[in-house]
Design a protein around this ligand. Structure first.
Ligand code: ADP
Length: 406
């Protein structure tokens, strides 16, 4: 059996998994690991395999040092990428701009193009490139593949993708709706037709990816029609620490009247807002406990979150015309029955009716949670971005091999 090493390289951390691309979404990866606090005085490398967990505490000055140390640790335990059969290395790349829609075999010009997209994702794309370069040096004989978080939404129709701002300014600055979490929206939406017994070419659906980051999409017959994230992942739904959509005038107001710098506003909206900004916590389990203890701010934060979610559901129902399925996924969407219930409360007149008993079942694989009478099927489908990246990377690698490139 051939595995795929999936690397998600962030600004100060690298997450990685060794995944069997044939596995199901709920299977644990063969190996998973994390390099944290890169560039800080004390770093940490964690590797998990089955019930075993190994941790090394030491300074990790660079991504190179971090991945080298992680590889060394995996080798030491007999689960290193060079000790198993590896068919591909899949790299999560945040921004593919207008250039990339499909997963791409990584050759030197592809790395240059990803680097050239840095202005669109100043924190993420350079970190992604670091991960790619280190991994290519460590595993030069395996095909490396870039899978783009924006890829699925590259096909958004212009009416949904364009912002109504001066066209010249927008073009010069590459401003448009790119959308994110594309791998998850594609992975989840592609499973829905079979789960509800419909032809994928005739399935109109809404996907709600509710994790720490959160996004919604409308997908018609396999193609994206709209999505809630925009030029950046700050837009759309209320999230753990991100505001989601706000009046853009708030930014000018904070700069002019609030005396804040652009960096301070960026930090405020990305890290100190959303559910955390309103309640003090960003984890939904903590928020729920606070609500149970009648904390008023937690209740308010929850209501703002649900209100914004319902706004998007409503507008996507109109965009799609007919809706066959609404699907919840990611940490909150898969686990929090109250969010699902409240997001779709009182919509029976639109053919949407959750079955309370099915909704209350614990998270256990893909499932329908609507009543038989509900014309719109409501589902929970666990996402697994690493598995999706592994599957896409394995397919690209196979083609590269068939073409004699490896
Ligand atoms: P990320 O965007 O970081 O990938 P996840 O999809 O892992 O996020 O989702 C993280 C969120 O899921 C957190 O807010 C967490 O509280 C929430 N979550 C996880 N498990 C549960 C649960 N059992 N009940 C409610 N919320 C949960």
């Amino acid at each position: 059996m051939a595995y795929v090493l999936v690397i998600n390289s962030g600004s100060s951390s690298v997450k990685f998994q060794i995944v069997d691309p044939q596995a199901s979404a709920s299977d644990k990866p063969f190996v998973s690991g994390l390099v944290e606090q890169i560039g800080e005085p004390q770093g940490r490398i964690t590797v998990k395999h089955g019930e075993d967990k190994w941790v090394v505490q030491r300074a990790v000055p660079t991504h190179t040092a971090g991945l080298q140390e992680a590889f060394r640790l995996m080798d030491l335990k007999g689960v290193g990428p060079t000790q198993i059969e590896l068919s591909a290395v899949g790299h999560r790349v945040v921004h593919g701009g207008m250039v990339f829609s499909e997963p791409e075999l990584i050759i030197d010009p592809v790395v240059t193009m990803i680097r050239d997209l840095t202005p669109l994702a100043p924190l993420h794309n350079p970190a992604n490139v670091d991960g790619i370069e280190v991994a290519r040096a460590l595993l030069p004989h395996v095909p490396h593949v870039a899978v783009f978080d924006t890829g699925f939404f590259r096909a958004l129709p212009p009416a949904a993708a364009l912002y109504a701002i001066n066209a010249e300014v927008a073009e010069q600055n590459l401003i448009r709706r790119y959308g994110f979490h594309g791998t998850s929206h594609e992975f989840v939406s592609s499973q829905v037709p079979e789960l509800i017994g419909r032809d994928p070419k005739h399935t109109r659906q809404i996907v709600l990816h509710l994790g720490n980051g959160a996004s919604a999409s409308a997908v018609a017959n396999g193609h994206p029609i709209d999505t809630s994230m925009g030029l950046t992942p700050l837009a759309g739904l209320v999230m753990g620490t991100r505001s989601g959509d706000i009046d853009p005038g708030i930014i000018f107001h904070l700069a002019r009247e609030g005396g804040m710098t652009i960096d301070e506003i960026d930090n405020l909206l990305n890290r100190q807002s959303g559910v955390k900004g309103l309640s003090g916590v960003n984890d939904f389990r903590e928020l729920r406990t606070m609500i149970d203890n009648e904390d008023e701010n937690a209740w308010l934060a929850y209501n703002v979150y649900i209100n914004q979610l319902r706004r998007f559901i409503g507008s996507y129902m109109i965009a799609l015309g007919r809706v066959d399925a609404i699907t919840f996924t990611a940490g909150v969407g898969e686990n929090d029955q109250h969010v699902r219930e409240d997001a779709l409360e009182n919509l029976t007149m639109y053919g949407i009716e959750i079955d309370p008993e099915k909704n209350a079942l614990p998270n256990n694989g893909p499932r329908v949670i609507s009543t038989d009478a509900s014309t719109v099927k409501v589902l929970v489908v666990p996402t697994n971005e690493e598995l999706a990246i592994a599957q896409k990377s394995a397919a690209v690698a196979e083609k590269a091999r068939a073409a004699g490139l490896y």
